[in-house]
Design a protein around this ligand. Structure first.
Ligand code: ADP
Length: 586
């Protein structure tokens, strides 16, 4: 049942009770009123006189005023009798006064006498009222009639409290729904601006608010926090109120409470003593700038930490913030807290990533500059060595030294070339420019390039590939370099007569390029560092081969750039397998 249905059934039930009172207990008029959100009792059922019904139905009286009246009443068990001579409510506020003859007899019912059965909840709050008027015998009721009336009063109490509980529950469900919608929507949002944008409609509608502000506490600032507003106009929140918001939210979060601020009411918050001027400034800001008559102030947090606050405003005679609303708002404070933590973590990670990227860019720029600077003098050295070597009458002792210098300079050149490639493939600024690359063709070219070394070492080469092209999505130069480095390592680290197998395959994870050899193998501990720059293994047989320790780190970077993966499996003395997985061409 939705709320209007609940209300209709409830009013019917109360009308029946009121009619029972008029029919069976001997009063001409019986009326029942119930508590509403605006701290009034509304008359919802009137039985007996149609004139009374017309005048009373729907009228609201402030609960505080009724409590005052009850204070001066005579207690008749659960009933309260206010003889006309004690009554303080103005006659016109009663709306309806029966037309009865006046008498001096104290036992005769006076038109202004009131007989009431207050309905209180477990906490003693006034939640409803059963009132009767005009006894049929025109006499103030005796014990029998009072007893009968009390029975009806008990029945009324049960009905009123159950119905109010149901209405509260329906309200709770409605607000919880709005809150849940927000949680679902904002939890994946990573910028606070977007969180506000998404929350604002659900929160303002759910809470019947006109304005919503969210203040996030910057842990590094002394209160100069961001305030995100979501109202019709732009409102700048002065520093003074941001500081107050920060001071008030902490203690409220610690005790898991919200605070209501109205024209008349200033909440008492531990550690927050406002002087009269401050109170006046807050009230003035609310009334003139925010144009609000009341504000619900909600702390936002996660775990022990208070991360901000949410302020919701209402304007005009809208009802006060109910307890159910306050509870739901606190839950939203929790949900928003989780979203803020996510957004913050994401922001930190983004900054960190940016720093790492900047560092990587700096590193590759540095390597490129130094390598270029070294390359020119090295080219000149190599040229001169060549000239001297080819000169006539070079003594043997000098010739040996010159060729040693030539080999060393060659090695330096290959290190510099590798460094330049590494810097280029590691530079995050250079975006990938992919196209379909037929890997079978790449493998063929690589084997052609390395043919001389393969033949010199009498290696067997096995090529396994499907008949159809195996196309990866990438850069042909980069993938060629991956293939060259892996196959040339296999050639370099496989003793004479060994076998090198290169296979290509389509798999569910992408295109696979596998290079296997029957060579030296790599120990498990060396495999941990294989892709680090300048790493060379401790295996003396491998160290004896020329190398820079940059080949596999270049391979790794290129594969990463292609959003691929590389794995190695190897055992010392048994050979090595490298598996590269690459995205297929679309
Ligand atoms: P380089 O070969 O220039 O030393 P790499 O980065 O290509 O540098 O390889 C790093 C180290 O990994 C090599 O020094 C070698 O010890 C080991 N390694 C690479 N590939 C193989 C292989 N196929 N078989 C055995 N060891 C290998």
């Amino acid at each position: 049942m939705n709320q209007p249905d609940i209300e209709a059934v409830f009013v019917d039930a109360l009308q029946n009770i009121a009619e029972g009172v008029t029919d069976l207990v001997g009063f001409e008029v019986a009326a029942i009123s119930v508590a509403r959100d605006d701290h009034t009792l509304e008359m919802v059922a009137v039985a007996g006189s149609s004139e009374a019904r017309d005048q009373l139905l729907g009228s609201r009286t402030p609960i505080a005023r009724i409590e005052r009246e009850l204070g001066s009443a005579e207690a008749w068990g659960d009933l309260r009798f206010v003889p006309h001579e004690r009554m303080s409510i103005e006659v016109d506020e009663l709306s309806w006064v029966p037309d009865l003859e006046l008498s001096d007899d104290p036992d005769v019912w006076h038109p202004l006498d009131l007989l009431l059965a207050p309905i209180r909840d477990e906490q003693g709050r006034l939640r409803g009222l059963l009132s009767v008027d005009v006894p049929r015998d025109r006499r103030r009721p005796g014990p029998g009639q009072r007893e009968q009336l009390q029975r009806y009063a008990r029945q009324t109490r049960r009905s009123v409290l159950t119905a109010l509980e149901r209405a509260e529950f329906a309200e709770q469900v409605r607000l919880a729904d709005a809150a849940r919608t927000i949680v679902r929507q904002v939890s994946s949002e990573l910028s606070i601006g977007r969180i506000i944008e998404i929350c604002q409609p659900a929160v303002t509608v759910g809470f019947k608010a006109v304005g919503m502000w969210l203040q996030t506490f910057d842990p590094d600032s002394g209160g100069a926090d961001e305030v995100y507003g979501a109202t019709d106009g732009e409102i700048v929140v002065p520093e003074e109120f941001k500081l107050l918001g920060r001071k008030a939210a902490g203690p409220l979060w610690a005790t898991q409470e919200v605070a209501v601020v109205t024209d008349e009411l200033m909440p008492v918050i531990a550690g927050l003593d406002l002087d009269a001027d401050q109170v006046a400034r807050v009230r003035d800001f609310m009334a003139t700038t925010l144009e609000a008559s009341s504000m619900l102030f909600v702390p936002i947090g996660a775990g022990q930490e208070c991360l901000g606050n949410l302020a919701l405003t209402r304007r005009g005679p809208s009802p006060e913030w109910t307890l159910v609303e306050q509870q739901a708002a606190l839950e939203i404070g929790h949900d928003l807290g989780r979203a803020l933590v996510n957004a913050r973590t994401f922001e930190r990670e983004r900054i960190l990533l940016e720093e790492v990227r900047e560092l990587a860019g700096y590193k590759s720029r540095l390597i490129t500059t130094i390598s270029h600077e070294l390359k020119n003098p090295l080219t000149s050295i190599l040229g001169h060595i060549e000239m001297v070597e080819s000169g006539p009458d070079l003594p043997d002792s000098l010739s040996t030294s010159i060729s040693a210098m030539g080999r060393a300079a060659d090695r330096m050149r290959s290190i510099i070339d590798d460094l330049l490639v590494l810097a280029q493939v590691a530079d995050p600024e250079t975006a990938l420019d992919p196209e379909p690359v037929d890997l079978a063709k790449v493998v063929d070219d690589v084997l052609d390039l390395l043919r001389v070394s393969i033949d010199q070492q009498e290696l067997h080469v096995v090529l396994q590939a499907p008949c159809t092209p195996v196309c990866a999505w990438g850069e042909v130069d980069g993938l060629f370099r991956v293939c060259v480095n892996l196959v040339s390592n296999a050639v370099k680290y496989t003793p004479r007569g060994g076998t090198i197998t290169t296979s290509l395959a389509h798999t569910p994870h992408g295109i696979e390029l596998i290079v296997t050899d029957t060579g030296l193998g790599i120990s498990a501990s060396d495999q941990q560092h294989l892709f680090q720059e300048f790493f060379r293994s401790n295996n003396p047989a491998a160290v004896a081969m020329p190398g820079t320790g940059l080949g596999l780190s270049i391979v790794h970077r290129i594969v990463e750039r292609h959003r691929g993966r590389i794995r190695v499996s190897s055992a010392l003395g048994a050979g090595t397998t490298f598996v590269v997985t690459l995205p297929p061409a679309p």
